[in-house]
Design a protein around this ligand. Structure first.
Ligand code: ZN
Ligand code: ZN
Length: 373
């Protein structure tokens, strides 16, 4: 099995949308569960093919995949598959397979292009997200080649001015027309608009000026972030080729659930089970908030569903000051599995309050049930 979506579909990296569609149709027909039932391998392949097509048929998703090696962002997991492929594959996946110089050129010597942005997911414990934390993320990124100091030229040599364009990065074409001379310019093909070429490339990085490594960053996560928050670390993305600027690193936050509290914006909510007796008589308790234990008084006669608001014990606002509240919702639990003695006491209590209780006997319950069947 391959993790390269192009390989899964058996198409070239520069395949046209039509070619991708055709390859998908052919494979899907062959591997469809209806065609080969009881073949788990075909079924797995079919899923793989469908997933690959989903990404590669969507221009935006395909572009992302080309840049990050993953359709849903650049992940530190295993973006390029289980160690398969040499450095060549890695470079292709990493630098988009569009040649080492990327895209987005403008007129004039553009200089080395900026490196790609990277994206990584940081999974945080609930309390880390509430109070902020320092979190280490690992990314596969490109850094400057230390043999050539990032310029891409073999040690002792230097990039030269492009002889085709004289360093301007563009080629001018002069035409004589009826209206006089018309000058047009296009990007110099030899230097890709950079104005310089490397005649003697560095062996270590093959003239790229950068290499792919796994790198860790410690991210300062501010208090109050939630799933879906994204932090941007300017300049912490992959470095551009031959001394190009670095892209940015985007850290997407994912927060694990808490066993007691749920987040509603900046408020925290907990359902607190209390006994019928505590609800009726009242109860003074030590209630554990995220900031420690606090006094909580359940007043006598509390009904199920009543909410107690502990101010400023919620989540700090990500930007600016203040915190949300902690909302404690009382849930009155009806006692179950009563002993004979307990039942008699409750019956006595009902009597004192003038309530009539007519105990259903088991036979009656089943009779009523069958009547509704
Ligand atoms: Zn180098
Ligand atoms: Zn040139």
């Amino acid at each position: 099995m391959s993790n390269d979506l192009y390989e899964v579909l058996g198409v070239a990296r520069d395949a046209t949308p039509e070619e991708i569609k055709k390859a998908y149709r052919t494979l899907a027909r062959r591997l469809h569960p209806d065609t080969s039932p009881d073949d788990p391998e075909a079924e797995a392949r079919f899923k793989e093919v469908a997933q690959a097509y989903e990404v590669l048929s969507d221009p935006a998703a395909r572009e992302r995949y080309d840049r990050f090696g993953s359709a849903d962002g650049f992940n530190f997991g295993d973006p390029f598959g289980g160690g398969a492929g040499g450095l060549g594959d890695l470079f292709d996946a990493f630098f988009g397979g569009a040649g080492p110089f990327g895209s987005g050129r403008s007129r004039g010597p553009s200089g080395p292009p900026r490196g790609p942005d990277l994206e990584v997911v940081a999974t945080l414990e609930f309390t880390e997200a509430v109070f902020g934390t320092q979190h280490d993320v690992k990314v596969r990124t490109a850094v400057s080649c230390d043999v050539c100091d990032g310029i891409g030229a073999a040690p002792g040599t230097a990039p030269e001015t492009c002889p085709d364009c004289g360093g301007s990065g563009e080629q001018r074409h002069v035409r004589q027309t009826m209206l006089g001379q018309v000058v047009s310019a296009s990007v110099c093909r030899r230097c890709q608009g950079q104005g310089q070429i490397v005649a003697d490339p560095c062996n270590e990085c093959r003239g790229e000026g950068r290499k792919v490594i796994d790198k860790s960053y410690t991210v300062d996560v501010p208090a109050g972030v939630d799933t879906g928050s994204t932090l941007r670390l300017t300049g912490r993305g992959a470095v551009g080729p031959r001394g190009g600027r670095s892209g940015d690193l985007f850290v997407k936050i994912k927060v694990l659930p808490h066993e007691r509290f749920q987040r509603h914006g900046y408020d925290l909510v907990e359902e607190l089970p209390i006994s019928m007796m505590q609800a009726a008589i009242g109860h003074h308790m030590q209630y554990e908030t995220l900031d420690g234990a606090e006094d909580l008084v359940i007043p006598r006669g509390t009904q199920s569903g009543r909410v107690f608001r502990l101010r400023h014990r919620g989540v700090p606002h990500v930007e600016g000051r203040g915190r949300g509240d902690l909302l404690v919702r009382a849930v009155v639990m009806t006692p179950q599995n009563l002993s004979r003695e307990e039942e008699d006491l409750l019956e006595k209590l009902a009597e004192l309050r003038g309530e009539t209780i007519s105990r259903p006997d088991t036979g009656l319950i089943s009779k009523i049930r069958s009547a509704f069947r």
